[in-house]
Structures are given as C-alpha cells and as structure tokens.
Design a protein around this ligand. Structure first.
Ligand SMILES: [Zn+2]
Length: 458
C-alpha cells in the first residue's frame, strides 16, 4: 500500500526483482544459465548458419571476433560466466567456423585452442571469452588496491565485512554469496597462475623466499616495512617467529642489498601492475599473460606463422597460407583419412604421380615446383627443394634485408600458394586445366594486383 502510494506521489512504476539496470538484470542470479540467455541468444543470432553459407573462413573469423568483442562487457565485468555458458558460446563459434557451404558440420582443421590463441604466438586470434571474463573480473582486484575509498568500495566493504585498506588477497572471501564472492575467489585456471597474477599486483620478493615465507609483512607496501627517523629511512622487518642463525645471515644480506635503496617520503606507496609497461592494469595484458600460460604445446611450433598476418594480401589468402604452413588443408590424403573420399582417389591432380599431401601439393609437386622456380628466376636466386614448408617459408621470407624486397618475396610466396590452390580446385571441381605458362603468369598477376604495382618494375 505504502509502495503504491509512493509510486503515485513520485510518478513512477512499481516493479519487482530482477529489474534491468543499464542492461544488467539486477537481482538475478549470475550462476544460473538463464541469466545469460540474452547473451547466448545474441551470439546465436549473429552466428546463424545462413550467414555461414555465404562467407568464406576468413570472413567467418572476422564475424566471430566482432561478435565476441561485442559481448556485453558489463555482464562480463561483473559476473563470472558459468562453465556451461562458456562451453555453449564456444560450440556456437566452432559450428559456425567449421560448417560447410551446404550448412553441414565440417571437420575441424585445427584445435579450438589454436583458433582462440593470439596470432602473435601462432594462433588465429579469435580470443577466449573466459579469459576476457577473468581479466575483467580481476580488474576489481586492481581497482580495490588502487582506489582509496570511493563509494563503491565503501558499499562492497560494508556489505561483505571487508577491510578497505588491505589488498584482496589478504582478506578472507565474503561469506555472503553474490558477485563479490566470485570476484574474491576468482579461479585463474590453476593455482600457480593465480599466484602469478596476484604477484603481478605487488612487489615480488623472490630473492629471499625463505625470509618471505616467515615474514608477517607479505602483501604489505614498502611503507609498512620500516619508518622514518628524521630524514633517514630505517628498515624494520617483522617475523612470525624467532629466526635461526642462518636466517639471520640472510637478513644481514638483505640489509646490505637494501643499503643502496633510498625510499622517498614525498610519494605515497602504491601498487603497480608489472605485466604492462605503463604499470597500470589492462585486461589486454592480463589476457596476454594468461594465454601464454595456457597454450597447448602444439602451438609453440606454430609461432613462426605470425609474420603471415601483415595485411599484404586479402585475408582469405593469408588464412589459406596459414593453414598450408601448419599443414592443415583439406588435401586428399586428409579426406581419405576421414573417409570423405575413397582411398584409391588420393592422387595429386596437378601431376597424377603422387599422393596429394600438403607438402606435395604446395611444394614438391613438379607443377608447383616449376612455379616456385619461375619466381626464383625472376628474383635472381638459386634454390634447392627444402625439407618442409616451414623451412621454405622461413628462408624465403627472410632472404632480403631491404623492406621493399622483403615485401616482394612475401607477395611471391602468397601468390604461389594461392595460384596452386585455385588451379588444383579448378581441375578437381570444374574440370578446368590451365597450361603451365598460364599458371605461372597468373601467380605474377596476383602479386601485382596485391602490391598495386609491378613487383619487378622500378
Ligand atoms: Zn603433384
């Protein structure tokens, strides 16, 4: 009755929880999958299969990335995403990327971890919503230590009986449920990594681990480790127990080392974030460190592919080249393995002399080799058949020190790969065979087209 009267008086409507405020359902339980339904629906809608049919893989990757980046950031920066929601998001992305032209499920070419990993380390750079979520939630750890006592901190501390002057890692997790408990108990894939991230927020005392372990000042700022005697700073450490003689020797060493350190009393002690040059926390730097730690072993062997993404050629050409370099193209040997085509149908369509593998098709095949040789002649080089496509790519693209020449070599590499793939598909699917001269000329034409100028002109 009172509420209704007040509503009339104030001219507003009565509502019940959960209500939406700035797009967030206030009062809804973020641990329930249904709270996340609007997010899942949005992704499902954007990554619908009819769009998959009209896009090539490079286009699909762009769309997946943009959808992930536009996930409501306020959801992710306040609530921990339940595992089922994260898995659902990934399954939608996977289905979208690997679906075939007729909308059916396709065979994945690489593991999803590799698709998510940053391009710099050899992945396809799609990003990981879970890591993003964790990075955004961890930002509260940073803000909690950095911001003196704004209103939000007062409210959080009074609701959860927390001490605003102690860093989050030094406080017991709130007993009350809700977003703050999730934030304080943040799981960062494994305990060791969590420690690493937390130490990223403070000073690291890894030179005297023994002393650190018996110190009562763990997690303290420098200001707590001593006092000012007039203008002179006196270090004063406190220990959990009496120290042994050999530990006292360590303390002596520590004091000797600290003699050259002159703290100033003009500035307040503060927390820095050591994984970013600016020493300020950023979700990007957090993501980078975490990604690097959780990468599958396989990917470290892919890191040489990061130079593919220079934007010299259309994205679909870059992407095909990446798949070629990591040996994951749907060549006939692969299709035979997955029983998509019969075993006897595994011959290379360019020479009809060997099994069609990635290495054969793009390098070893006599037809392709002639195209590579035409480029070598044009660039004035001698070459011998390298053992792997990786070796070939690395030596081919590192040959010249001059920037302009390097670009030519890069364009040539892309052009030969692209032309070979088109010729192979033309013969296979359209029964169209070009002459050797045509194939070579076409590769030069592509390179010219991409560079906008004649690669061998002045
Ligand atoms: Zn061949």
């Amino acid at each position: 009755m009172w509420v209704r009267r007040m509503c009339r008086l104030l001219g507003c409507k009565e509502a019940s929880l959960p209500v939406r405020y700035l797009g967030i359902p206030l009062g809804a339980n973020p641990r329930l999958v249904k709270t996340w339904k609007p997010v899942i629906d949005k992704v499902e809608d954007k990554l619908s299969l009819w769009k998959a049919k009209t896009l090539n893989k490079a286009g699909k990757l762009v769309l997946i990335k943009s959808v992930l980046n536009s996930l409501p950031i306020y959801y992710l920066s306040l609530y921990k995403m339940p595992k089922t929601v994260a898995e659902k998001l990934i399954s939608l992305q996977r289905r979208f990327l690997w679906s075939t032209e007729d909308g059916r499920h396709g065979v994945p070419l690489v593991k999803w971890e590799i698709v998510m990993a940053p391009k710099q380390v050899g992945g396809l750079g799609v990003g990981d919503a879970v890591i993003r979520n964790t990075a955004l939630l961890f930002k509260w750890w940073w803000r909690f230590s950095k911001e003196d006592c704004p209103l939000w901190k007062k409210v959080v501390c009074s609701c959860n009986s927390m001490n605003p002057t102690v860093m989050l890692q030094g406080q017991p997790a709130p007993i009350r449920g809700g977003p703050w408990r999730d934030i304080c108990q943040l799981q960062i894939s494994e305990l060791q990594l969590r420690e690493k991230m937390i130490s990223g927020l403070s000073m690291e005392l890894d030179m005297f681990p023994r002393l650190f372990s018996v110190s009562t000042l763990q997690g303290s700022v420098i200001g707590d480790c001593g006092f000012w005697d007039g203008l002179e700073w006196i270090w004063s450490f406190q220990w959990r127990r009496e120290l042994f003689q050999w530990e006292l020797d360590l303390v002596h060493q520590l004091h000797e080392m600290l003699q050259s350190v002159k703290p100033t009393n003009e500035k307040e002690d503060g927390v820095v974030w050591k994984f970013d040059k600016t020493e300020v926390y950023s979700t990007a730097s957090f993501g980078k460190v975490l990604h690097a730690e959780v990468l599958p072993e396989e990917i470290t062997s892919y890191s040489f592919t990061r130079t593919v993404w220079k934007g010299l050629v259309p994205p679909r050409v870059e992407l095909l080249t990446w798949f070629v370099l990591v040996g994951r193209v749907n060549t006939k040997d692969r299709l035979c393995r997955f029983r998509v085509i019969p075993q006897q149908d595994n011959r290379c369509v360019l020479c009809d002399k060997a099994e069609e593998t990635v290495f054969h098709l793009f390098l070893e095949c006599e037809t392709t080799w002639k195209v590579w040789c035409a480029w070598l002649r044009a660039l004035g080089r001698q070459w011998s058949l390298p053992g792997t496509l990786k070796d070939h790519f690395e030596s081919w693209t590192k040959l010249s020190v001059r920037k302009v020449d390097r670009k030519r070599w890069f364009l040539g590499f892309f052009a030969v790969i692209w032309t070979t793939w088109l010729e192979r598909n033309g013969r296979l699917f359209r029964d169209h065979t070009s002459s050797m001269e045509d194939i070579i000329n076409r590769s030069f034409r592509y390179s010219e087209e991409w560079s906008g100028v004649d690669p061998f002109g002045c």
